[in-house]
Ligand binder design. Sequence first.
Ligand code: GLY
Length: 356
Amino acid sequence: MKVTEVSHAGGRYPVYVGQGLLAVSSVLQRHLEGRVLLVSDEIVADLYLDRITAGLDENCRWRSLLLPAGETHKTLENWQRVIDTLVEMRAQRDATVLALGGGVIGDLAGFAAASYMRGIRVVQLPTTLLAQVDAAVGGKTGVNHTAGKNLIGAFHQPEAVIADIDTLISLDDRDYRAGLAEVVKYGAIRDERFFSWLESRAEALNARMPDALLEAVHVSVGHKAEVVAADEREAGQRALLNFGHTFGHALETATAYERYRHGEAVAIGMVLAARLSELLGRLRVGTSERLVHLLEHLGLPVALPDDIDRERLLELMRLDKKNRADRIRLILLDEIGSAAIDTCPADDIREVLTRS
Ligand code: GLY
């Protein structure tokens, strides 16, 4: 087991990464207090609930609440169900919410914990690669509104994060690979050595070898922890984590969130952002091909499909309130392992989009 400490304005918390951690109740026990509400979705609960209930039975009064699975259920209605359950349990300020699942459950249960009695403890038990390397660490919580994703939310750091890499073995293939896109992102924006390591271990990652998974998740969590410690509220460098996301979000919106997993859209977005960085003369020409090669090796999409209207993508990218009509703000690469936030002319983005 590897442990990373995340420091933030209100204290610090451990992120445990290891094999079989959901069944090792001693790790979870350290972080149980008061009444416990375990929030999960029906699919994840079927797979993993049994592993942790024995430990809970011995140690505390607890209840579970299972919500329907999927992003469309990250709503205020389901937030209300979590709050109602806490009320029924007569949970006090010392209660603990356990969020067992992917990013949707982590965000929703985390937001319920952030808002119930102005904040109770949440322990994140992420079961997807995306949640383990990104969503569960760093305290972003929230739900969607019809007007936008994550429109309602709060920063609320967890008490602990317990990432059991055994849960990655049974993860759906596309979900697993989509999570790898965020792993590659850390290498691309912060760590050339890690990027090279990913290149050399791509086969092991494709085979989901435990030693490769452990290292990939641990190093990614280390990067997320450093970024959060430096910029918890995204006033500066935390925004670098959005590398590939401006293009990616536009692509997700243009395809009604139905065609791509988030990580798949980010993979294509990272390639486009790297090509744009080359066009702008800040990244050595040819470097984007290194990114393409690694993403392809990991089974991720790297090209914009022909049927996507490029002008519409540009319009969607312009929608961000921080953008002026002629310049768009996004994350650019200076080299593998180094990125910066900058604005660039919409015409250059159009050129990259039409060439891709
Ligand atoms: N997922 C990006 C962040 O936590 O800031």
